[in-house]
Design a protein around this ligand. Structure first.
Ligand code: NAP
Length: 283
């Protein structure tokens, strides 16, 4: 194996240590903890695990969490009323609506009620627009984590060729915009791209967020590239990335593992967003 591993657990611990300091400073300055409200509707097992992890991460880092666990048949209006209440709750700096929502609830409608200043996930149109325009705002957590991982290599991004595989609103598109902002030349690939390897083979930075186990193999990667594997594919209870780790690690310069890569960084960046939101609300 040639590649150096970008350790998401270690990097996330560093980010969380800084977040904890900032959260404690906030407490001393304003006399209350920063707070995250997490809303879960229904009993999706994976969502329950994600929510539990986020609440634990808050508690470990001096952030207060408020947990709303609602039954599957919760009426849309009731959810809207809860969000409106949380928008004006001075102890709540961030609101996280755990997705997916049950089929009878419109995800787009519900998210549109969250105040952009409390958009802990950075998913709202206002914040996506701020990112596109280069204005400050709350950014999506996974792309923020990806950028931190790339920066942690110490390699320059400016002027480099970056390829992002996947164009979702929560990972691919914001990641591409952030790389563009760092002056990379960015190419986006997706399911309709003819032979994405023609692009990925030229990438100094390759971000793979397709949700397809082992999609990228060593022959599709440039020697020395930074490869960020966002994929989380659960097969027979085991977690796999979108990158075939063994063959790619023989070629790449840096690689993120799955698990222990982008996942822990996503949670760390969520915590960072809460403190950012709390501080911005006080300015
Ligand atoms: P998504 O909304 O399903 O989007 C997947 C994207 O990949 C789409 O743009 C799709 O193209 C593209 N794609 C699918 N198959 C492809 C192929 N064979 N070749 C090229 N492109 C292909 O998924 P997502 O929400 O962005 O998530 C992507 C992966 O990251 C998933 O495994 C997810 O679980 C994981 N994830 C991890 C974290 C974390 O914290 N680690 C956070 C979020 C997501 P089209 O647009 O043409 O359909």
């Amino acid at each position: 194996m040639k590649a150096q591993i970008i350790d998401g657990v270690a990097l996330a611990a560093k980010v969380k240590a800084q977040v904890k300091k900032d959260a404690e400073n906030f407490l001393h300055q304003f006399g209350r903890k920063t707070g995250l409200a997490v809303i879960l509707v229904g009993d999706n097992a994976a969502s329950q695990i994600y929510v539990r992890n986020k609440i634990r991460a808050c508690e470990e880092n001096s952030i207060q969490s408020f947990h709303f666990c609602l039954p599957e048949n919760t009426p849309e209006q009731q959810l809207i009323e809860l969000i409106i209440r949380l928008n004006s709750d001075p102890n709540v700096d961030g609101i996280l609506m755990q997705l997916p929502l049950p089929a009878h609830i419109s995800q787009a409608k519900i998210l549109s009620y969250i105040s952009p200043q409390k958009d802990a996930d950075g998913f709202l149109a206002v914040n996506a627009g701020n990112l596109m325009l280069g204005y400050p705002g709350l950014n999506a957590c996974t792309p923020c984590g990806i950028i931190e991982m790339i920066k942690s290599t110490g390699q320059a991004v400016d002027g480099k060729q970056a390829v992002v595989i996947g164009r979702s609103n929560i990972v691919g598109k914001p990641t591409a915009l952030m790389l563009l902002d760092l002056n990379a030349t960015v190419t986006m690939c997706h399911s309709r791209t003819h032979n994405f390897a023609n692009f990925s083979r030229h990438a100094d930075i390759l971000v793979v967020a397709a949700g397809r186990k082992g999609l990228v193999t060593g022959d599709m990667v440039k020697a020395g590239a930074i490869v960020i594997d966002v994929g989380m594919n659960r097969v027979d209870g085991k977690l796999y990335g979108d990158v075939d780790f063994d063959s790619v690690a023989d070629v790449a310069g840096y690689i993120t593992p799955v698990p222990g890569g982008v996942g822990p960084m996503t949670v760390a960046m969520l915590l960072k967003n809460i403190v950012t939101a709390a501080t911005a609300l006080k300015l």
